[in-house]
Design a protein around this ligand. Structure first.
Ligand code: AMP
Length: 414
């Protein structure tokens, strides 16, 4: 059953803002969560980016704050949204600005990696909504620049990433600084035990809303794999990029160093590309993201952490230059394309050392990637590496013994 934002109970200024954003129909998580949140209930949302979860929590928050005629006291925030990464925090703030443009509410962002003074200054008057990453927020709370004792609304976004990034202790400390009487929401794509415990401690009688875009999104993505030597990946990438259909491409690497190398090589070859990873300054990351979003750069090379929550529409291709060692990361990575109902393609480069990663990915997604080109001869790179590390006499051992049987060249996508 389709519904409308009006039927969900949203006020006219919000409806108008959504119209300007070209949102015509609420997404499933929005239809389920918005009425409950307007009512003041707690929520456990099992959802990842791409489901429309940001609007699902921001819209009722804006409406509830606007309904009360309260001005925030100095250094306080009426509502707090915690996000694991700087990029996600900035994106959430952008959404709040867009959805709340016809309401008279103040918001600000607190994040690490930039000077704290402007943030202290922004908080001096108090804000209606504070979007923050945990580390810096805790610093400012400890320095008494921020007072959360009256913050009645809390959203914890991407709780599983908070856990991955080691923020859970900080999060717990922040939650302890909030009043017990409050509305709390927790979103997470997955529910590891630590996150479930946190949800149990943080939420009161929550409604659980689960949306599973991974499968549906993944279904819409054409997935393929090239078997290639590690040393041949850069030239394979360049040759794929000769096809103009690859117009907005995110390339994933496992390491920051590799991300830099790939972007440099592309730029040298005349393809506009930027790298984005944890060692880049906040402003460099923002700049790279903006260039990519606007189309000034065609390729964004990213590591997993940096790419978390990156929300850029119209990504045509995701290229896994290096396969992730965690299969869940593959699903997150390829979810950058095929957003908001569009089609997308994901191409994996699999070198001999990555075959086990590929197997885990196929097992998790239950999708067999379409093989492009021939399935290669078995792992010469691995063999070379092994032979070099072996004693000299072992080098003469016949290599063929280690070869695995050749598999058929092409399998069909499931
Ligand atoms: P999120 O899951 O919050 O990261 O949102 C994913 C993307 O969907 C963002 O680009 C939003 O702007 C977009 N979006 C959210 N809700 C809607 C909607 N109801 N209709 C169309 N696009 C939406």
């Amino acid at each position: 059953m389709t519904t409308t934002f009006e039927a969900l109970g949203l006020i006219e200024p919000l409806q108008r803002a959504l119209k300007a954003e070209n949102y015509t129909t609420p997404t499933p998580i929005q239809s389920q969560a918005i009425p409950l949140l307007l009512d003041g209930g707690d929520l456990l949302g099992i959802a990842q980016t791409g489901t429309g979860k940001t609007a699902a929590f921001s819209l009722p928050m804006l409406q509830r704050l606007a309904a009360e005629d309260i001005r925030p006291a100095p250094r306080t925030a009426r509502a707090l949204i915690l996000a694991p990464t700087r990029e996600l925090a900035v994106q959430i703030a952008d959404s709040i600005r867009a959805y709340g443009r016809h309401l008279n509410l103040r918001h600000t962002v607190i994040l690490g990696g930039v000077g704290q003074n402007p943030q202290v200054k922004a908080m001096a008057r108090g804000v209606d909504i504070l979007v923050a990453t945990p580390g810096r927020l805790l610093d400012l709370v400890n320095q008494k620049h921020v007072d959360l004792s009256g913050t009645g609304l809390l959203v914890l976004d991407e709780a599983d990433r908070m856990l991955d990034m080691g923020f859970i202790r900080d999060v717990r400390k922040i939650v302890a600084a909030l009043p017990r009487r409050r509305q709390s929401l927790l979103f997470s794509a997955t529910m590891p035990a630590d996150v479930a415990r946190l949800a149990h401690d943080m939420l009161r009688d929550p409604m659980r809303v689960e949306v599973t875009p991974a499968a549906t999104t993944v279904d819409r993505i054409r997935q393929s794999v090239y078997f290639v030597e590690a040393a041949g990946k850069q030239s394979l990438l360049s040759s794929l990029l000769r096809d103009g259909d690859l117009s907005k491409v995110i390339v994933f690497t496992r390491t920051k160093h590799r991300a830099n190398r790939v972007a440099e090589q592309l730029s040298k070859g005349g393809t506009a590309a930027d790298a984005i990873h944890g060692n880049k300054s906040q402003s460099a990351r923002q700049k790279a993201l903006e260039r990519f979003r606007s189309g000034d750069s065609r390729v964004l090379v990213a590591t997993d952490i940096a790419a978390r929550g990156i929300d850029v529409d119209g990504v045509t291709h995701v290229i896994n230059f290096e396969l992730p060692n965690e299969p869940e990361s593959y699903v997150h990575r390829i979810g950058r394309t095929a957003r908001a109902g569009a089609d997308g393609a994901a191409i994996a480069f699999c070198d001999p050392s990555e075959r086990t990663y590929l197997k885990s990915i196929e097992k998790l997604t239950r999708v067999r990637l379409t093989i492009v080109g021939d399935r290669p001869e078995p792992a010469p790179q691995v063999e070379t590496a092994r032979r070099e590390s072996e004693p000299a006499e072992a080098k003469s051992a016949p290599r063929r013994r280690r070869r695995r049987p050749r598999r058929p060249a092409v399998r069909r996508a499931a």
